[in-house]
Ligand binder design. Structure first.
Ligand SMILES: NC(=O)c1ccc[n+]([C@@H]2O[C@H](COP(=O)([O-])OP(=O)(O)OC[C@H]3O[C@@H](n4cnc5c(N)ncnc54)[C@H](OP(=O)(O)O)[C@@H]3O)[C@@H](O)[C@H]2O)c1
Length: 302
């Protein structure tokens, strides 16, 4: 998914040059899309008309979009606060669900009319989108498109964090930040599938009652959760899942047991307003300890 072309250039490539019978060029069909016109606040986001992508390329499918996911990643992309930000203008969105409208050459897993959900690199917030078939998944029968997009990215990320990277094992202890967010809740529900896991979460106080059933203990993020966790678990935790960054890096690392794993998968703390803040970037960088590989080995934590 490393294509750096903007949606504009791809759409015009894909848009078949339709000619009328007398040879004159027909007016190209248009779709509506949500376009990021430049990095910044909400004013930079506009509903615009774009050329219809009419023919999926080899290995692609064309999806008529019925529902889109909106993630923290979209907010950071809008601000230009991510690695490799896109060229603007571009159509926003990283996931969508709908029905297959056309299949490109070589696609055998899908047919026209199938209900699917897809991960895209931008382009998802549009009426029609072409996506490589390898990033498209069939919906189980009875699942609505809006349910599918509320789960796909959140659970893919959560699965990687808990099992592929975190290697969570029976009886282990986990500290999870932003526990009431969408990735946080997906992580919590996957942790429940492993026996005897102790799950400590941080989340804004008003979310605690709603999400309490998933957690052993919940702290407000503004509380001294390090001291409180040490009281509950003097030996520390096996896994820290941190998407906040900044001062939480040092705090989380200090709670790790020997051979514990610290996973940083987001930088929410640099988001302090509607637009990118260089002050927040600088503060976050300053607050993060610089760990050499050798020091991680000496401390037997990674
Ligand atoms: N690496 C990856 O592949 C990947 C993929 C997806 C998401 N992520 C990261 O995972 C994190 C959560 O994403 P999400 O889609 O689950 O978001 P979400 O549903 O919008 O939830 C985000 C939560 O983060 C907390 N939060 C919001 N703004 C914050 C700020 N400025 N400082 C500290 N906390 C803040 C809030 O929780 P409380 O108020 O309750 O603390 C909020 O509920 C983000 O950092 C995102 O970038 C990474």
């Amino acid at each position: 998914m490393g294509d750096t072309k903007t949606d504009d250039s791809k759409a015009s490539e894909n848009n078949v040059n339709q000619n009328t019978e007398d040879g004159s060029a027909a007016t190209p069909k248009e779709i509506r899309a949500i376009v990021l016109t430049g990095f910044g606040g909400l004013k930079a986001v506009k509903v615009m008309k774009k050329p219809e992508p009419s023919a999926p390329a080899e290995g692609e499918v064309l999806i008529r979009v019925k529902a889109c996911g909106l993630n923290f990643l979209d907010l950071m992309a809008r601000q230009g606060a991510i690695d490799n930000p896109p060229k603007t203008p571009c159509v926003m969105g990283f996931e969508c669900a709908g029905n297959i409208e056309a299949v490109g050459e070589g696609v055998t897993d899908f047919k026209v009319g199938d209900s699917v959900v897809a991960l895209t690199e931008y382009k998802a917030w549009a009426e029609l989108v072409c996506v490589p078939a390898k990033y498209v998944y069939s919906l189980p029968s009875g699942m609505e498109p809006k349910e599918a997009v509320s789960m796909l990215m959140n659970y893919v990320v959560a699965y990687c964090l808990v099992f592929d990277i975190g290697n969570l094992q029976k009886g282990q202890k986990v500290l999870l930040h932003s526990a009431g967010g969408s990735v946080g809740l997906a992580v919590a529900s996957l942790c429940k599938t492993v026996p005897d896991v102790t799950l400590i979460g941080t989340a804004s106080k008003h979310k605690h009652e709603t999400i309490a059933e998933y957690f052993t203990h919940l702290f407000d993020h503004s509380q001294d959760y390090v001291q409180e966790t040490k009281k509950l678990l003097p030996e520390g935790v096996d896994l820290v899942l941190d998407c906040v960054c900044g001062e939480d890096v040092n705090k989380g690392y200090s709670l790790l047991k020997p051979l514990g794993r610290y996973v940083l998968y987001g930088t929410s703390s640099i988001v302090s307003g509607e637009t990118k803040s260089f002050f927040s970037f600088a503060k976050s960088w300053w607050q993060v300890i610089k760990l050499a590989q050798s020091s991680c080995l000496m401390r037997t934590r990674s």
